[in-house]
Design a protein around this ligand. Structure first.
Ligand SMILES: Nc1ncnc2c1ncn2[C@@H]1O[C@H](COP(=O)(O)OP(=O)(O)OP(=O)(O)O)[C@@H](O)[C@H]1O
Length: 268
């Protein structure tokens, strides 16, 4: 299977602290009385792409949203356990949540540019951080658009509405908006499921380039995509982490029958 980026395989069950971007310990999460995540423990390696796979409703989006406390927005959500980033539990009361979301960016399934110009979309977070000088904003916008491989297509119309862009361009704009804040971790929740195959390939190549700079966690329903882009894959079933390993092993020699049934299409 062609991989976009090869590197030495790590054993995700034996990662050192220095190799770990996110250390999840005994995470349980409820929406009201519904127990959605059960005792999840996993370490996500730095500067790699890790996929979360599993059938609809198994808790993939809930898990990825636990990495920047997005679930806090839902009333009735409560959790136990830890999600450690750089040795600090982001669930602790001391955690500044907006700072966390700057360090841990997120891109969703549907491109969601703000009803602003292309330029203002990219520098939105920087302005919130207090960056004011024109030069600094111009440089950051240019760099982020270059990083998201969109600069050449939009450099002559930066002050036009973001809504004139195609779906694939809008999704790259949303990547640029996230990248402008130089996140350490980028969470992608089905980022290509609304895009055509060519744009999907483009975004996958972008991910491969970005991982030298940040850690990427992606939720995908597309197993070819998980096998193609990700170094490591975690399979979830009914809120439990069933199997987690390097993607080659998980997709060719899964350890658990449930994983095999899922990747061979016997259920889900
Ligand atoms: N805000 C919420 N309130 C109550 N239940 C929720 C909420 N969000 C998600 N759930 C439930 O939690 C479970 C896990 O949902 P989640 O969206 O994490 O699954 P998923 O694996 O990402 O699904 P899909 O692949 O369909 O997006 C589902 O049963 C869902 O109905």
């Amino acid at each position: 299977m062609l991989k976009l980026f090869e590197h030495d395989k790590l054993n995700v069950h034996e990662l050192s602290d220095a190799q770990t971007a996110i250390d999840v310990r005994d995470l349980n999460l409820w929406f009201d009385t519904k127990h959605v995540l059960h005792d999840i423990s996993m370490r996500i390696p730095k500067h790699c792409i890790t996929s979360l796979i599993g059938q609809s409703g198994c808790g993939k989006s809930t898990l990825i949203s636990s990495f920047n406390r997005l679930n806090d927005l839902h009333q009735g959500c409560r959790y136990t356990g830890e999600v450690n980033i750089d040795g600090h539990d982001i669930n602790s009361k001391k955690q500044n949540v907006s700072q966390l979301r700057t360090r841990v960016g997120m891109v969703f399934q549907r491109p969601n540019p703000f009803p602003l110009s292309i330029y203002e979309n990219v520098c939105y977070g920087l302005r919130l951080q207090g960056v004011r000088t024109r030069r600094a904003l111009d440089d950051a916008v240019e760099q982020a658009l270059k990083d998201a491989a969109l600069w050449d297509e939009v450099k002559d119309r930066l002050f036009e509405s973001a809504h004139i862009l195609s779906g694939g361009q809008q999704q790259r704009l949303v990547f640029a908006r996230a990248l402008a804040l130089k996140p350490e971790i980028l969470l992608l929740d089905e980022p290509t499921s609304a895009l055509d195959p060519l744009t999907t390939l483009f975004i996958e190549e972008l991910m491969a380039q970005l991982k030298s700079r940040c850690t990427i966690v992606i939720v995908t329903h597309n197993m070819q995509q998980a096998a193609r882009v990700s170094d490591y894959t975690a399979f979830l079933h009914q809120g439990q982490l069933i199997e987690y390993s390097d993607s080659d092993t998980l997709f060719t020699m899964p350890d658990k029958k449930q994983t095999e049934d899922y990747i061979t299409g016997r259920y889900g």
